[in-house]
Design a protein around this ligand. Structure first.
Ligand SMILES: Cc1ncc(COP(=O)(O)O)c(C=O)c1O
Length: 489
């Protein structure tokens, strides 16, 4: 029997809330336009308060059963209806989900089950450009599909439509295109990929998780945006996250299908147990109505004109940032970013070759100055880079961001380059991630400065340079161990 109680004595609400607020102090700021990943700041007065109140109003409602809570059906039909009106085609049907990953999981499940029942495919493949979001690999792993990855064009970073078409097989259940990709913010040739898929009777998913709620409004604001949604022949499903450029709180996305016959494959129904009859459109069973309610409220508060104006602000921030970055010596913007995402790399002494150490020193120096730019490591010949997700709140920050970037780059150039310890490199090269024991894992993490109890290092460059040098499977194993050590209980 445990001797310690599981919890301390109950405390007054004010104290509990004060402790929660204090915990936020070490976090990156989620408002103010200085954190360029993970957060979407519309910069609109009253929006956060509205979302919070809408959540609270529905927090105790269980979205599991719309026959008991009909409000849930009304809200979801409204939200999915708006998504279908913006990105759909006549007959499109969808589902509100908890995020991009869940929408993608459901689209892949739909395609797997469709392939099995309509085409008799029992060993399905998932055909992806190399820039497709990692969530597709997660879906393939969870749902038992074989991922087939096609390299993207190394200059434009867009999917290579001809190579994708050539990689279609009789076992392909689903082909994926991004609008845009997260890593480089470029839109894949959706129409060509979807046409090739349709010609073989294969489903095609457009991952518009990040772009789906901004691209149409950028178009409405006067910018050229090529068609990418269900109006494109051959596109059979699409994911769009309202918790990104819809500015809803986290936990809001929609998976949209061309028609009811496809959406049917997304659902899970089960009557073979003695409890209540189960039919779950999503991965979750019980779910709070709060997330749906806050997304509904945010969409209605911002409205069509509001989203057009917000998209315009992101576009303006992007134009100014891109022009500024392109004028910095040694900086290269990757591809032709379409919608609020910018990835750039920095060249070393030869002025051409990307310099990982310099790039990561730059990210650390920017962090010292209060900016979070997201490092992305090298992959399959694609250069390492820093990634920025722009939001309307960025507009007022572009000037100071560029000023600080120049300062940080000078400082980064003056620092000793980070090199991987050759002893560690040869030790790591001999490790088999499948059979790694706890001591070996602890050894590598300690070498990287991430040993037990060491906490998070103040500078990420030494860790990331090491990670970049390791083979993929070892990298994945160490990342899992590291996160396991963060959530240490
Ligand atoms: C293009 C794209 N797809 C999928 C996802 C995954 O979404 P989430 O983090 O909401 O699960 C993201 C997240 O950034 C994304 O940008």
């Amino acid at each position: 029997m445990p001797t310690e109680p599981a919890l301390p004595e109950g405390r007054p609400a004010t104290e509990v809330l004060a402790e929660l607020r204090a915990l936020r102090e070490a976090d990156a700021p989620t408002r103010g336009g200085r954190t360029f990943a993970y957060v979407y700041d519309a910069g609109l007065d009253g929006l956060d308060e509205l979302a919070a109140e809408a959540y609270t109003t529905f927090a105790t409602v269980n979205g599991l059963d719309p026959t008991v809570f009909p409000s849930v059906a009304r809200l979801e039909n409204d939200v999915v209806g708006s998504v279908a009106a913006l990105l759909g085609a006549p007959g499109a049907q969808g589902t509100f989900t908890s995020g991009g990953t869940e929408s993608i999981l459901l689209a892949v499940k739909t395609a797997r089950d469709h392939a099995r029942s309509e085409r008799g495919i029992t060993a399905p493949q998932l055909l992806l450009p190399s820039t497709a979001h990692a969530a597709f690999h997660k879906a393939a792993a969870y749902l038992g599909l074989e991922p087939v990855v096609v390299p993207v064009d190394p200059v434009t970073f867009r999917a290579d439509a001809a190579a994708m078409a050539a990689a279609l097989t009789d076992r392909t259940a689903l082909v994926v295109a991004s609008a845009p990709s997260y890593a480089h913010g470029v839109i894949d040739p959706v129409a060509e990929i979807a046409a090739a898929a349709a010609a073989r009777g294969v489903l095609c998913h457009v991952d518009a998780c990040i772009g789906g709620w901004i691209l149409p409004y950028l178009r409405r604001a006067g910018r050229a945006v090529e068609p990418f949604d269900l109006s494109v022949p051959g596109v059979t499903s699409l994911s769009v996250d309202l918790h990104k450029y819809g500015y809803a709180d986290k936990g809001a996305s929609v998976a949209l299908h061309r028609d009811a016959a496809l959406r049917r494959h997304q659902y899970f129904a089960h009557a073979g147990w003695p409890g209540y009859p189960v039919v779950n459109p999503t991965v979750q069973g019980t779910k709070s109505g709060g997330l749906l309610a806050q997304a509904w409220a945010v969409l209605r508060y911002v409205g069509e004109e509001g989203y057009t104006a917000l998209a315009g602000r992101v576009g303006e921030a992007s134009d100014r940032l891109l022009a500024g970055l392109r004028s910095v010596d040694g900086v290269r913007v990757l591809g032709d970013p379409a919608a609020g995402l910018v990835a750039f790399t920095v060249a070393g002494e030869d002025g051409v070759t990307p310099d990982l150490s310099l790039l990561l020193h730059l990210a650390d120096e920017m962090r010292e100055l209060g900016w979070y730019l997201q490092p992305q490591l090298s992959f399959d010949g694609l250069p390492p880079n820093l990634h920025l997700t722009l939001t309307p709140a960025t507009v007022g920050q572009v000037g100071s961001l560029l000023d600080d970037l120049a300062v940080a780059l000078d400082k980064a150039r003056a620092l000793e380059p980070v090199v991987v310890d050759p002893e560690l490199a040869s030790f790591a090269a001999g490790l088999d991630p499948e059979t790694l024991g706890p001591d070996e894992v602890a050894g590598v993490l300690a070498f990287a400065g991430l040993g037990e109890g060491a906490g998070l290092p103040r500078r990420a460059a030494p860790v990331l340079v090491l990670l970049d040098a390791l083979p993929g499977p070892l990298k994945e194993r160490l990342l899992a161990e590291f996160i396991g050590s963060v959530f240490r209980i």
